[in-house]
Design a protein around this ligand. Structure first.
Ligand SMILES: Cc1cc2nc3c(=O)[nH]c(=O)nc-3n(C[C@H](O)[C@H](O)[C@H](O)COP(=O)(O)OP(=O)(O)OC[C@H]3O[C@@H](n4cnc5c(N)ncnc54)[C@H](O)[C@@H]3O)c2cc1C
Length: 510
């Protein structure tokens, strides 16, 4: 009796929304009131550990803070903290039925400004779906859809296992995976999505399905490259590996005049067919005034999963460039790794609420003239005190594992499989001033265009979907080959005809 009353309430609110406050209703304030009431009515259908949080509740403000706020601020007016797959299912089902926008939130590090297109709607907070279970075979793990990297990594390491997780401890496992998953293990095992065995997915109509090579294979294909446009992943099964050894790591710190020499060395190592897949190359440009009061310096890190002796020849090449100093670390385990590489939960990389904006560029190799032009812009930008904490990421994690995967087996763009070098200015600043954002965007775009200007003739412009700022066109993120793009769009139409999943660098319906 009680539940039919609640359904009736929900339905009447939903009907009102469908007719008077449809999905594209401009009067968001009016819709907000209805949505609050409707969301509250959802509560009795949720599991015991789920909660519905509204703006009047004490936890509201904390749940608006993101790794990328205040710049990224999806407009929520209700939060459902889902504790079970059914909670997600019920929420999506009812939201979709009545045209209420919704967005899954896990690690809060999504940094594309398309997330700001969410008009008043429901945050489906995934953090209670936080679990890591090593499957009995020991060859896969089942990971909850709201689990963070550090939680997964530490749980696996406790069992002497590792998986292709990404670098920053504070992002989720699912978020990066759905569009790639750049990882320190990618040279051996491919991107995170290449190691996905299966996923439980809530589709736009609220149906829960399994996606794998044998169950809904089309969805499985689309999910691995454009997943945010297709569903909410409540759990995923990833391949596991035994931890083979500890890491040997050296960070070489150079003055900025060594940029060309460093990138030349990176190009040489990276194009060598004998490059060890245990080697990870990653650099950061940043200001450290005690080391150089005038210019940013370059911190270039070589990480090698294996003994020092095996890494020595690589380290020697970077030593020969003439660093100001070198910070060596040996015998680094898989948990310490994040601290040593400055990607741990307490690192600057995981700072919250400082706008955090990327502007990613993927490249077939480093063009040192273009890189110098880009670095000059970065140098100018960080001389501005507002942006002085920003960094310039120069990543070459290794591509053997990525390129060993049949490119037709996932929806990931060809460029994402081919281009080994990734540049990403990561811009941090405080506050909400429009001028700050406009200036940051302008600097980010100048850096990006400077790098694109160095592309070899015929090479296509590419940005990793997860490093997009939200201004890129579809092909720049999802690729240019007609068959792949058409298949992706056709699947979008089939799986999400009402475009419920349209807030993360979306695959368009047409
Ligand atoms: C500091 C920082 C470090 C980064 N490091 C890396 C890195 O090492 N490697 C790499 O590849 N990328 C990296 N990225 C990019 C990262 O892949 C994206 O920002 C990603 O979107 C973060 O996911 P999230 O869950 O943390 O963020 P959220 O903002 O919670 O989610 C981002 C998007 O994914 C969707 N989503 C989240 N969870 C689910 C789910 N369970 N099911 C369906 N959709 C879901 C959300 O709806 C949203 O559209 C980094 C970004 C930042 C800001």
């Amino acid at each position: 009796m009680r539940s039919s009353l609640i359904i009736a309430t929900w339905l009447s609110l939903g009907a009102a929304q469908t007719h008077a406050f449809g999905p594209f209703e401009k009067n968001v304030a009016a819709r907000a009131g209805h949505l609050n009431a409707a969301t509250a009515a959802l509560k009795p259908f949720l599991s015991q550990n789920a909660s519905v949080i509204l703006p009047i509740d004490k936890d509201w403000d904390a749940l608006q803070i993101r790794g990328t706020s205040p710049r990224i601020h999806p407009n929520f007016n209700a939060i459902v903290e889902a504790a079970t797959e059914e909670d997600v299912q019920k929420t999506v089902e009812l939201a979709s039925k009545f045209g209420i926008p919704f967005l899954a939130v896990s690690g809060t590090h999504g940094w594309t400004k398309t997330l700001n297109n969410l008009p008043y709607g429901i945050q489906i907070n995934m953090r209670k779906l936080n679990s890591v279970t090593v499957d009995p075979s020991g060859k896969t793990a089942s990971i909850g859809g709201g689990t963070l990297q550090w939680e997964a990594n530490r749980a696996l390491y406790a069992k002497n296992k590792q998986a292709v997780l990404t670098l920053c401890e504070c992002t989720s496992v699912a978020g990066p995976m759905l569009a790639g998953g750049h990882s320190m293990l990618q040279a051996r095992h491919g991107y995170t999505l290449d190691d996905l065995v299966s996923a439980r997915v809530i589709l736009a109509n609220g149906t829960a399905v399994t996606a794998s090579s044998s169950s809904n294979p089309d969805l499985f294909w689309a999910l691995r490259g454009a997943g945010q446009s297709f569903g909410v992943v409540t759990s995923l099964q990833l391949k596991l590996y035994d931890v083979p050894s500890t890491w040997t790591i050296s960070t070489f710190i150079y003055t900025s005049d060594k940029l060309e020499a460093v990138l030349d060395a990176v190009n040489k190592v990276d194009s060598d067919a004998t490059r060890s897949p245990n080697l990870v190359l990653s650099g950061v440009g940043k200001r450290i005034p005690p080391m150089d009061p005038e210019n940013p310096v370059i911190l270039y890190t070589l990480s090698y999963q294996g003994p020092e002796a095996e890494a020595a020849a690589y380290f020697a090449k970077f030593q020969a460039i003439g660093p100001i100093t070198v910070k060596p670390s040996t015998n680094v385990n898989n948990v310490e790794l994040y601290k040593v590489t400055q990607n741990s939960v307490d690192s600057v990389a995981c700072t919250r609420n400082k706008n955090s904006m990327g502007s990613g560029v993927s490249l077939p190799s480093w063009n040192t003239t273009a890189a110098r032009a880009a670095f000059d812009v970065f140098s100018k930008m960080t001389a501005d005190p507002r942006f002085s904490q920003s960094v310039f990421l120069l990543e070459n994690y290794g591509m053997q594992g990525v390129q060993a995967v049949d490119p037709s087996s996932t929806s990931l763009s060809l460029e994402e499989r081919q281009y080994p070098a990734v540049a990403n200015p990561t811009i941090w600043w405080n506050g909400t001033a429009a001028v700050g954002q406009a200036d940051a965007e302008a600097y980010g775009e100048q850096i990006r265009q400077a790098l694109f200007a160095g592309l070899p003739k015929g090479a296509k412009k590419h940005t990793y979907v997860n490093y997009a700022v939200g201004t890129e066109d579809f092909n720049q993120m999802y690729g240019y080959d007609t068959a792949r793009v058409q298949r992706l769009k056709a699947l979008k139409k089939a799986y999400d005809p009402r475009n419920g999943f349209r807030f993360y660098n979306p695959v368009p319906l047409a």
